[in-house]
Design a protein around this ligand. Structure first.
Ligand SMILES: [Zn+2]
Length: 305
C-alpha cells in the first residue's frame, strides 16, 4: 500500500479565507492518522475528500490553539455521525482535562470511547506500534511542551524469486514464509541455498517526520535521519532569526539545515507567519541550503516514497 500525505492547513495562528492552521492527514499501510487539528480541520478533511471516519489515531504536537482547537468540534461531529469505534488521542498532558472540560460544560456526549495517551517525556518514545508500522515522538523546543512525530513502516518481507525457486522441487509453499524473512534454505543433501538467490530485495519502507513548532534543534537529527519526507515548520525568514528564537520558532534557512544534516529525501515547509504574502521567499531561502525543498500544497494527497 502506498503512503499519502494530505496537508490540510499550514499557516500559523489565525485562520484566513484561503488558509487554515496546522493539520495533516496521513494514510500509511491502510491506516489513517490525523496530525494536529487546528480550527476548521473537519471542513478541510471534507474538502480533501479524506475518509476521515477511518481515523482512529490523532497525534497533537502541542496545546497551542492553532494546533488543537479543531479537536472538540471534530469529536462532536464523529458522535453525530454515529461513530462507535474508540478514538486514540496522543497529546501533551492536559489534553484530557481540556477536552473533558469542554464536553462537560457543553454537555457533549461522545457515544464512543476516547483513549488518551498523555505525553510528558522529554526523550523520544515509541507511542504506537502494530504489525506494519510504528510511531515515535520527536521532542521539540517550543514555548510549551511540544512533540513532532515520526511515522515509519516496519521492514517489509523479501520478494520470492519464483524463477529460481522453481528449480528446487524440495522447496514447498510452506517454506516461503521463512524465505521472505531472509532465511537460507538447506537442501536434503546438505547444500546451502543462500537467501539472496531465492529472493529479491523487499520494497523500501517509507518514513515521514512531522516537526511542528520548534526552535532550531539539532537533537532531532538522529531521530529523523534519512526519512523520505520531512515536514518542518519555518515561521520566519532568517532575517527575523531573533524573533524566531524569541517566539520558539525556526527560520526557513534553519529548517533547510536540519533537512541537509539529517539527509532527508524531501523537505516541506509550513507554519508561515501571516506577515508573508508571497510564500516563494521561503523556498528561495531554504533551497540555498537544501535544494529539494517545497511549499505545501493544501488539500492535495502527495505520495511519499
Ligand atoms: Zn505553538
Amino acid at each position: 500500500m502506498s503512503t499519502f500525505l494530505t496537508i490540510l492547513g499550514f499557516n500559523s495562528a489565525i485562520p484566513t479565507v484561503n488558509s487554515s492552521p496546522t493539520a495533516q492527514f496521513l494514510e500509511m499501510e491502510e491506516r489513517a492518522f490525523l496530525i494536529d487539528c487546528g480550527e476548521g480541520t473537519q471542513v478541510q478533511l471534507r474538502k480533501a475528500k479524506a475518509r476521515f471516519s477511518k481515523i482512529n489515531h490523532i497525534f497533537i504536537s502541542h496545546l497551542h490553539g492553532d494546533h488543537c482547537f479543531g479537536l472538540p468540534g471534530l469529536i462532536a461531529s464523529f458522535r453525530l455521525l454515529g461513530r462507535e469505534t474508540p478514538l486514540h488521542i496522543y497529546a501533551p498532558k492536559g489534553i484530557k482535562e481540556m477536552l473533558e472540560t469542554i464536553f462537560r460544560i457543553t454537555e457533549t456526549h461522545k457515544g464512543f470511547e476516547l483513549i488518551y495517551h498523555e505525553l510528558e517525556s522529554k526523550k523520544s518514545v515509541k507511542i504506537f506500534e502494530d504489525n506494519r508500522l510504528e510511531v515515535f515522538t520527536i521532542p521539540l523546543n517550543h514555548r510549551i511542551y511540544c512533540n513532532g512525530y515520526l511515522f515509519r513502516e516496519k521492514p517489509k518481507e523479501r520478494h520470492l524469486n519464483m524463477q529460481e525457486i522453481s528449480k528446487y522441487p524440495e522447496i514447498e509453499t510452506c517454506d516461503y514464509h521463512n524465505l521472505k524473512l531472509g532465511k537460507d534454505f538447506v537442501l536434503s543433501d546438505g547444500y546451502l541455498l543462500k537467501n539472496e538467490v531465492l529472493t529479491t530485495e523487499p520494497t523500501k519502507s517509507v518514513s515521514y517526520a512531522f516537526c511542528s513548532d520548534t526552535r532550531y534543534l539539532e537533537t532531532i537529527l538522529p531521530i529523523i535521519e534519512n526519512v523520505d519526507v520531512l515536514y518542518h515548520e519555518a515561521t520566519f525568514l532568517h532575517e527575523l532569526k531573533e524573533m524566531a528564537d524569541y517566539t520558539g520558532h525556526t527560520t526557513a534557512l534553519e529548517a533547510a539545515r536540519i533537512a541537509r544534516k539529517a539527509n532527508v529525501g524531501k523537505l516541506i515547509l509550513g507554519h508561515f507567519s501571516n506577515r508573508y504574502h508571497d510564500l516563494n521567499v521561503f523556498t528561495d531561502e531554504a533551497r540555498e541550503v537544501f535544494a529539494n525543498t517545497f511549499l505545501p500544497k493544501a488539500l492535495e494527497a502527495v505520495k511519499i516514497g
